[in-house]
Structures are given as C-alpha cells and as structure tokens.
Design a protein around this ligand. Structure first.
Ligand SMILES: Cc1ncc(COP(=O)(O)O)c(C=O)c1O
Length: 272
C-alpha cells in the first residue's frame, strides 16, 4: 500500500512524521475523509472544499492547490489498485522548533479499507448515550478526537453504538457523525449551529422536498420526544437511532422516513 507524503509516494509502512510535529506534540492539525466507490469519488468537490476551509481556519497552508491535489489522489488510487476504499487527507501543524509555533505543515494522504455497517444495525437501529460537551472549533475537521476516544469505554459499557454531545440542553453532533430527528409533525431537523458541516448531512438536507428537511435548534427533549432519529456520516450513511440511554425513541424500530431517506441518499450517491 502506498501513501503520499509532502511530495512523494512512499510505501505506507515507511511513511513517518517526525516527533517534533505539532500534531504529535499538541494535537494540532486537520484532516478530511471520503470514499472511493468503484473508482469514483462521490461529492469529491465538497470534501476538498471542506479540507481547504478547515486548513485555512486552522491557519495551516495546504502545500498544494486543488487540481494537483486531485491528480495525486487519483494517482494514489491507481498505484494501490483499490477501487473501493477510504482516502484520508491529513495536514499536520508541521515540525516546530519550540513545540508551539506553526511551521510548514506536512501533508499525508493515505488509503484505507472502508468499515462497513452491519445489516443488523440498519434493520434494528441503535442505542445511543449522551455526554455534555461541545467540540472546541465545531466547523473545523480537527484531528483532535480526545473526548470521543475517551468516551469509547462508556459507549461499550452501556452497550451503545455512539454518544451524542449536548451543552446547556442543546444537542449538536456525535464525535464522528451528525444527528437528525423526525419530529411529531413529520419534519426532519438537524442542528444548525456548532456542528461540523458533514457532507452526508449536506446531502440529506438537499433531499428536502415532499419530506420537509431543515436545520434548527434541537434540545435533548426534542430528541427524546422524536418520532424517529438517525445519525449520518460518510462511512455509515444513515443509521437509525431507536434508543437514547434507557428511553425508546418512537416505536423502537427504524422509522419510515429514515428508511426512505436512506434509500434516496444511496440513489444520490450512486448517481456520481
Ligand atoms: C465531528 C463530526 N461530525 C460529523 C461528521 C460527519 O461528516 P461527514 O458526513 O462529512 O462524514 C464527522 C465525520 O468524521 C465528524 O468528525
């Protein structure tokens, strides 16, 4: 397996960053992640735009403009001969002499086997737990997942699938996914602020039509009272939520709106 590191393709097992990198020393860096499906990259422009935006907001210059970056991504896919996979773009804080000042970021591009969502999860839905937290810079896809990783033990102990962040009663997102609910009027709503602008979230919002889908402020009570709920991400697409801690959501089974949107999202993805 090959990786791309700054300006060359290297065997992934021989690709290293130095210990002085701010990513390692201080958790400073950004990344993005997208799927290759049969050699195509659905919504590639959206992911690249988010990557450049995250980098800019984090004050990290990307060493390459968009077109050469795209060429490198396709070259990596060709070299690895893997037409179904994930691609991770990682931009670190760079090697820092004093361990605190941003210097030249390192760009690392790696290809990964895509995790799959089990049929059981899609058919039965999942339980989630909640945690009081908000990501420090919600619009930036930062490499810092400290709280999410730290919470993995609680998620496991409580036989949950994921953990929903909330602060002052307002829910935002999961460590790696966005949230949607279907309220008792049949309206689909996702939190509008203090969340990562997920590409899957954007694609679900664009399905707005005969089913009303919008952004808005959501409280924990809204989630508990919802008729349906689901989470979204690039790798998981749409996963139905049927339980929050000990409370059952709706009928306790994946709802009709969730299933319909999952079908439409897949159709949209396959059009690319
Ligand atoms: C904090 C956070 N929210 C939401 C998402 C989902 O975004 P996307 O649909 O672009 O995968 C991610 C993805 O990793 C994330 O890290």
């Amino acid at each position: 397996m090959y990786a791309f590191f700054n300006n060359e393709f290297l065997p992934a097992e021989k690709t290293f960053v130095h210990i002085s990198d701010l990513a390692l020393q201080r958790g400073y860096g950004v990344f993005d992640f997208f799927k290759i499906v049969e050699g195509r990259i659905p919504f590639m422009e959206d992911y690249l735009q988010r990557f450049y935006q995250s980098a800019e907001q984090m004050q990290l210059p990307v060493p390459l403009p968009e077109d050469p970056l795209k060429e490198i991504i396709f070259e990596l896919i060709k070299r690895n001969d893997m037409e179904n996979a994930g691609i991770k773009l990682l931009l670190t804080g760079g090697y820092s002499a004093d361990g605190y000042t941003i210097e030249s970021p390192n760009l690392v591009i790696t290809q990964h086997v895509l995790p799959t969502v089990s049929q059981k999860v899609l058919e039965e839905g999942v339980k989630i737990i909640t945690h009081e937290f908000r990501r420090e810079m919600p619009l930036i896809k930062s490499i810092n997942y400290t709280t999410g990783i730290w919470l993995q033990r609680s998620v496991k102990e409580q036989h949950a699938y994921d953990v929903l962040y909330h602060l002052n009663g307002e829910v935002t997102e999961f460590p790696r996914c966005n949230l949607f609910i279907v309220n008792n009027k049949g309206e689909v709503i996702t939190p509008g602020e203090n969340v990562l602008q997920g590409i899957t979230r954007k694609n679900v919002l664009a399905l707005n039509g005969d089913i009303a889908i919008s952004t808005g402020k959501l409280t924990l009570t809204d989630v508990l009272d919802a008729r349906e709920a689901f989470l979204t991400s690039t790798t998981k697409r749409i996963v139905p939520i049927v339980q929050v801690e000990e409370q059952i959501i709706g009928t306790g089974r994946p709802g009709q709106v969730t299933r319909e949107l999952a079908k439409r999202l897949l159709e949209k993805e396959n059009m690319y």
